[in-house]
Design a protein around this ligand. Structure first.
Ligand SMILES: [Fe+2]
Ligand SMILES: [Fe+2]
Length: 378
C-alpha cells in the first residue's frame, strides 16, 4: 500500500461505515438483481449526500468460490465508492474466510483498486488486515487522528467457552507496541484514535440493562452466556437494539488495553446486522453499524450506513449518526411493500395489537350476541 496520506478537509474528516454486505457472485437466486440494486442505491445516495473522506467496510463483505469471481464481487461492492474516487479501508469478518479465496488473496484483489488503503501491517500476528492509518492535518503533516483496523477472527476453537473467537493476545500486543511508538513520535502525547473491527467486544453488554417484564416486546435475548436474560438499551444509549450483541463470551482484554493506552476514543463494529446503537463505556464510545445490504438478514428498509465526523480542532469528540435506506427517501425493489414499512419489533407489535383488537372485537361481538339473547328472552 503506497497511497497519498489521508487528510482533514476544511477542518473535518468524515468516515462512512458500510456494514455486512454479504455480497456474493451468484445472481440467480430470488431477487438477487433487485437486492444488488437496492444496495447500490443506498451507497450511491449516501456517498452523494454525505460526501465522506473515507469509506470503511466492516466485514462479512464479499463471497465467491474462486479468484476471478471474487474480483467481480469486490468491484460490485466498491463501485458506488470508487466511481466517486473515495478512498476505502476495510476489516475482514468471520464469513469472509468461508469462501474459496484466502484473506491474503482478497487483500491483493482489493489493492487492485487505486483507492484502497487496506494492508496487513504484520504477517507474524494472528489474522489478516491488522493495520493503522494516520490522518493528517488540512494544512500540515501533523498527525491529528489515527485509525486502527483489526481482524476479529472467526469462530472460537473451544465452542464450550464461546461461539465467536476474539482478538488474540499477539494482536493486542501489536496494538500496544505500535500505539506506544506513535505516542513517542508524537512528543509523548497519544494521538486520538478510532478503532474498526467486525465482531464487537463483550463490553457492549455494559450499554444494555435487563428488561423489565412489561418491556418484553421491546427487548431482545442476549447471546451466549447472556442468553438467559432479555435486554434493552440503557437510557443514555442512542440508536436501536435489534438483537443480542453476538460478542465473544471470553474477554480478551482488548478493551482494557484501549483504556490503558488511552488513545482509543471510539470503537465501531459490524457483525450484528440489526444493531445500530452508540453509547459510552468508561469514556470510550462503542457503536454498531448495521448492515448496509439486502442480501443478509435485515430489518426491512432500515439497512443503512453510519457517518462519523471528526473536527480537526477537537479530534477527541465524535459526532456520529446512522442514515437508513428509508431516510434517504429510497424505494426498495427487493422488499415487499409490507417489509418496506414495518419490520422487526414494529412488525411484532402490530401483530400483537392486531391480535388484541381481534380479541376486543370477539368480546364485543359476544357481548352483542348475549345482549340480543337477553332481549329475546324478554
Ligand atoms: Fe454478517
Ligand atoms: Fe459476522
Amino acid at each position: 500500500m503506497n497511497r497519498e496520506p489521508l487528510r482533514f478537509k476544511n477542518g473535518k474528516f468524515k468516515i462512512m461505515l458500510i456494514g455486512d454486505l454479504h455480497e456474493k457472485y451468484d445472481m440467480h437466486t430470488e431477487k438477487a438483481a433487485e437486492k444488488v440494486e437496492d444496495m447500490h442505491a443506498l451507497l450511491t445516495k449516501a456517498v452523494e449526500q454525505l460526501n465522506p473522506d473515507l469509506a470503511v467496510y466492516l466485514g462479512d463483505n464479499a463471497w465467491a468460490d474462486d479468484k476471478m469471481r471474487m474480483r467481480s464481487v469486490i468491484s460490485r461492492i466498491l463501485y458506488p465508492v470508487s466511481v466517486k474516487d473515495i478512498p476505502f479501508a476495510l476489516v475482514f469478518g468471520n464469513h469472509d474466510r468461508e469462501c474459496g479465496v484466502s484473506l491474503e488473496e482478497q487483500t491483493r484483489l482489493y489493492n487492485e483498486h487505486d483507492n484502497c488503503y487496506l494492508y496487513n501491517a504484520d504477517d507474524s500476528i494472528t489474522g489478516c488486515g491488522n493495520y493503522n492509518l494516520l490522518i493528517k492535518a488540512s494544512k500540515s503533516d501533523d498527525n491529528v487522528l489515527n485509525l486502527w483496523f483489526m481482524d476479529s477472527n472467526n469462530l472460537a476453537e473451544n465452542r464450550e467457552l464461546s461461539k465467536y473467537d476474539w482478538v488474540h493476545q499477539d494482536q493486542i500486543d501489536w496494538y500496544r507496541k505500535t500505539a506506544l511508538e506513535l505516542k513517542e513520535k508524537n512528543g509523548g502525547k497519544v494521538i486520538p484514535a478510532l478503532h474498526f473491527q467486525h465482531i464487537p467486544v463483550p463490553e457492549e453488554y455494559e450499554l444494555l440493562r435487563e428488561a423489565k417484564p412489561y418491556e418484553r416486546l421491546d427487548s431482545v435475548p442476549g447471546h451466549g452466556k447472556w442468553s438467559n436474560k432479555n435486554y434493552v438499551l440503557k437510557e443514555t444509549v442512542e440508536g436501536y437494539l435489534g438483537e443480542g450483541p453476538c460478542t465473544p463470551c471470553v474477554n480478551s482484554g482488548q478493551f482494557a488495553a484501549w483504556k490503558e493506552i488511552g488513545d482509543v476514543i471510539g470503537a465501531f463494529f459490524g457483525h450484528d446486522h440489526m444493531n445500530d446503537f452508540a453509547g459510552y463505556v468508561d469514556g470510550i464510545m462503542l457503536a454498531q453499524s448495521k448492515t448496509a445490504g439486502f442480501r443478509p438478514y435485515t430489518d426491512g428498509c432500515r439497512s443503512g450506513v453510519r457517518l462519523i465526523t471528526i473536527d480537526e480542532n477537537t479530534p477527541e469528540n465524535i459526532h456520529t449518526k446512522m442514515y437508513h435506506f428509508k431516510d434517504f427517501g429510497l424505494k426498495s425493489k427487493s422488499l415487499s411493500p409490507y417489509m418496506q414499512n414495518v419490520s422487526d419489533r414494529q412488525d411484532l407489535k402490530l401483530k400483537v395489537a392486531g391480535a388484541l383488537l381481534g380479541s376486543v372485537a370477539a368480546v364485543a361481538t359476544t357481548a352483542v350476541a348475549v345482549n340480543k339473547v337477553s332481549k329475546n328472552k324478554k
